[in-house]
Design a protein around this ligand. Structure first.
Ligand SMILES: [Zn+2]
Length: 231
């Protein structure tokens, strides 16, 4: 936490992937001024969805999002698509009722995620760890969603993704680490940490032709606009 704050990363959202780890995210947020929590159920999580427990956790102070939730159709031998879609639907309904934004994981399920979001009027959220090209970014931007970029943008092969980084509207851009995963190219093989957000921020600033200070200001404003409780 000290290292992150030293690097200028002063606000973090820790997300849960099941009830137990959502509870841990909430408890972390209660212990640290720089941390807020998301409560969610990861699409590939084998445990049954306990919506009541998540709903109760979601009303705790410092919970600013429902996440991580979403659809993952690329993982072989994972959870059946129909089960994932059903869970996602219930979680989106809960988020809409509680007026909390969602942090969405999408792997290989673009059109299903898009239509699920479309079914929930007024739903706000972010496409976390955005990894696709501009054609796949546009529909989510049109739905009012934010795009969150991570260390993946530093991989040499990700030219199309860097194009999205350049074209993303100022007021829809977010940054994340997805730590302990998702490190920048230069740190491959070591666990990611919140302070390493700067690796991503530096490249985003360069691609968009802005100073890192200007980017930080905009990104913080965006995070506060989306995660309203994060003040
Ligand atoms: Zn994810």
């Amino acid at each position: 936490m000290d290292e992150a704050v030293g690097a200028g990363v002063t606000r973090m959202v820790a997300v849960g992937v099941d009830v137990e780890r959502s509870r841990r995210a909430v408890s972390l947020a209660h212990r640290h001024d720089q941390v807020w929590a998301g409560v969610g159920h990861y699409p590939l999580e084998p445990a049954a969805l306990d919506l009541d427990a998540l709903r109760e956790l979601a009303t705790e102070p410092r919970v600013v999002a429902i996440g991580e939730i979403g659809l993952d159709f690329e993982h072989v031998g994972g959870i059946a698509r129909e089960v994932q879609i059903d869970r996602f639907e219930q979680l989106l309904t809960m988020a809409t009722e509680l007026d909390l934004p969602v942090s969405v994981h999408n792997r290989g399920a673009d059109s299903e995620v898009e239509s699920a979001i479309r079914r929930h009027r007024g739903l706000r959220g972010v496409m976390h760890y955005f990894a696709l090209d501009w054609d796949h970014a546009q529909p989510f931007l049109d739905l009012g969603f934010y795009l969150s970029f991570a260390g993946l943008i530093t991989r040499p092969s990700r030219t199309a993704l860097r194009e999205v980084v350049k074209r993303c509207p100022d007021d829809r851009l977010l940054l994340e680490t997805d730590s302990p995963y998702g490190n920048a190219q230069k740190r491959m093989g070591v666990p990611n940490r919140p302070a390493y957000l700067l690796d991503t921020a530096e490249l985003v600033a360069e691609l968009r032709g802005v100073t890192i200070e200007r980017l930080a200001e905009q990104e913080s404003a965006n995070a506060l606009a989306l995660f309203r409780g994060m003040r």
